[in-house]
Design a protein. Sequence first.
Lengths: 425, 342, 297
Amino acid sequence: MIVGLTALALLTAACSSSSPGQGSNPAQSKGPLQIAIFESFSGANAAYGPEAAAGCYPAIRLINQDGGVLGHQLTCLPVDSKGDPADAVPAANKLLASGSSLVGTLGVGSDIATTVMPLFEQAKIPVFSTTGQASFDRSTLQYFWRNLAPDDAQGYAMAIAAHKLGFTKAAAVFGNDIAAQGTAPTAIKGMRKLGISLVTNQALTLDQGSYRSEVQQLVTGSAQAIVSEADPQTSATYLSELSQQGRRLPMITDTVSQEPSWIKAVAGAIGRSQLSKIDTIVIPYAPMNSAAYQTYTASLLASKAQVPQPAQWNTDLYSVADYDATVIMSLAMIAAHSTSPSVYNSFITKVTSPSPNAVVVHTFAAGKAALQAGKQIQYIGASGPSIFNRYHNSGGGFEMIRLTPSGKTVLVGPITAAEVLQVGG
Amino acid sequence: MSAATQLYVITLLVYFFVDLMVCWGLDLQFGVAGVLNFAYIVFQAAGAYTTAVLTLGPSSGNGGFQHYVGGARLPFPLPLLAAMVVGVLLALFVGFIGLRRLRSDYQAMVMLVVSVIATAIADTQLNLVNGPAGLALVPKPLASSISLSPLGYGWLFVVFSGVVCVLVGWLIHRIVESPLGRTLRAIREDERAAAALGRNVNGSRLLVFVIGGAVAALSGGILVEFVGAWAPSGWLYPETFVLFTAIIVGGRANVFGVALGALLIPVGLQQAVEYIPIVNSPTVLASLEWIITGLVTITFLWVRPQGLLPERRRTVRSIDRAVRRRAVVIAAGTSESLGGGP
Amino acid sequence: MKGDLLVSAIGFGIVTASVLAVGAVGFTLQFSVTNILNLAFGSVMTIAGFTAYALNARGVNIWLCLLVAGLAGGVLSVALNAMLFAPLVRRGTKLFGMVIITISVALILDHLVQAIVGPSFFSYRVSAGRTMHLGAMVFTTTELITIGIAVVAMLALHVALKFTRFGKAMRAVATDPLLARACGIRTHRVVNLAWFLSGVLAGMAGVILFIDTATFSATTGTEFLVIIIAAAVLGGVGHAYGAMLGALVVGIVSEIAAALINPSLKEIAAFVLLVLVLLVRPRGILAEVAANKEVVA
């Protein structure tokens, strides 16, 4: 039986890899290189996977059009983590056993990051993680990278937004899941610090049939606004019941409410025009009118074959961050003259850090050309600059936006990194 | 084998041993005694949480980002033993509520509700076992005192889980062949007849409930020590269904049949589904895995309800039958079993 | 203030109970007649709910969609029995086996829906209407219609079971199928009718649940099934009036617990109540009454 199982595993490993064996240099084979999308494609967070795919495919489309990386074409490899640590561990081990064409990984969200990150670290595969967990703020893992704002900074930024919008009494309404509970504590702490009184603090059990009691508690209080993050179904049910009570409280939400599944669920429940009237979204600063952003959007829309309904991801910052991550890894490989993950990993900061000598580039093609011309570069992508600190985190400023009923972004105002530091520090 | 491939094989083997343990424990309840425990995965979860909490140390450790009750740092193998104790206590509690004089399908319904309550409690009481995020960073047992490479440690863990698994299998086999096993089969075939013959129906059922609970809890403890994390998304009630499928496919009340089922379903099917050539959509693939599991179950119950390796016909069984015929007259009841067989 | 909160919670409980009651009665009605514990009930709710969505998205009025969904649920339910459950019972699959079969069907159907619609969220086009205050209770027009539908469905069922020939036949089969057959009742037709009615109620429960949650996905129906089962078990499985009572108790208790103690205890409070009831009355509140009165429908 054990023999059979071992044979099965070997077969598995053999089937999915063309050149097994650790340490062999993939550059010799010139076969395609894989960027894994290790995310939930099923279960409660099944929308996370397609979201990351909407960043990966547009990036490799442009990279491959431009001749690939050191002669290799890139492919995106979706792997389902099922959003559960016990399922993710065998999936990660299988991925890592599948051979040396794997050069980098996207995804690895909050639901599994703590558990599988050490496996990628051990296998020396760089991971651009979408986890927001504060426990990674001072991560010492060499192969962990985060080009998104951590949850705690996001929470402070939401509190600052509430303050800037002039609210003095607010309610905190967060889902009880790991993502929302990462943001809630600092949002609450920040509001207290800024003198906003917290009328009520609700941790919603996800996906309940109704939240009438919670809504009732909210409307009997004197909150002027709701500071909130929850999953699509939960937010939709809650806000629908709130609007049925005839109350239209302004909301301050975060990156989650830019995700298409959230917009679809909530707009379906309370109407797109009402949503756009009440919701102010606090997101990491990403200049959407930049050339880099337009390059991303154009490639996204052209990736219809791999990304169904591409337009929906247009303003989703997680997709944008994964797009940038793929470009950054590719440029780092070129800068390192190696596709070996353990070699190019240390070049990631070299293609993203500001420097007087560096040429600022906004696309893969420009970056590749500059590197081949022997220049130093700083890639500033669709999500803005990614300046990594020694913990491989790249926190920056935030901005408040509103989405119009037609899906256009309207800037309300900026929240600088200094402001976040001041409240958080 | 490359190091990465070895790690993958190690993972598969540990998962197989853990699955086999739970399948045997569940089969003692379902295959042998006829108790339909749809909350079985909860016992595994209880064991996993207990082991995790007793290995992690106080809740304030690890940067304090996890909140749970009862944190302690006990040396190996105390957390595993504690897990078994918790499994026993939970089995007594749940058994007391749901195992009494209820029809078997009614019991199944109550157990299903128990499974969902347990998930709801773990999910909503955020400070109990860290809510939906679950527990992570559970240290590997003895990792610091045994100086081995990750691979060497992995293989050692395979041996450890394999030995525990064989011990569990041997124990269950002994129970099945003992007079208690005979009583359990008699209860399964006809509860009222068994009662009429003076067999302690409720007591025997509670006993297998407790043994199965302890085995499940132990398996959960071993799994969490290997994986290092445990969250509510890993023990939703359909997970119990997968174990039932394994037993039905392999052959209930047959120790080897169950082993075959554990190899084919939780480990084999999951791996095999990924090689189905289909559109590049892991979402559809995950759905497909469940659809195939469901179809396999229905097909087996339709075509071969006794499973690939059927229960051995025992001479004692024919005695049971003769006894049953007599007892039917006494109790004037209807017999109740999985059916389908001759 | 506390009193107002209690009254308003009872109001919310009634809305939840309406959805629950339609589901729980449908679940228990079929069980009482056929003895098959149908865990695919939630999937019938989901498929009927999505049928309504397909029509509603094309502009059909939601209340008309509700009727179509009910019909779709009924047809699906009868088909499942005819093609799968009944043949298996004839092949000798007993209680145990049938539970496993119905849960298999639930998984297959749910994941088929999931594979088709994807991990996305959907909403009906339905306006909540005006908000009305009855004392401290607040209802929207839609909620009042939901309550109305539940009440009418329950009354209609009561009349049908009590006064029509089919209703009497159904109760007879539920009490003693052999005796019923001996009395010349065509049990086959009665069983089919039970599956149909149960499916209709499942379909309607699916749509009003999806209206109530405002947003739904492929898993919403099955997620709610366990609460429906809890209500049915609480009242006494196989007992229609028990199911109604169970739905009211579960709905109101959970909302009161949410309002007065802590919203995170909402589901748990209902389940704890169920456990307590089972400790005292292992067969549910009304089961013994039913046994004495010989009214099992």
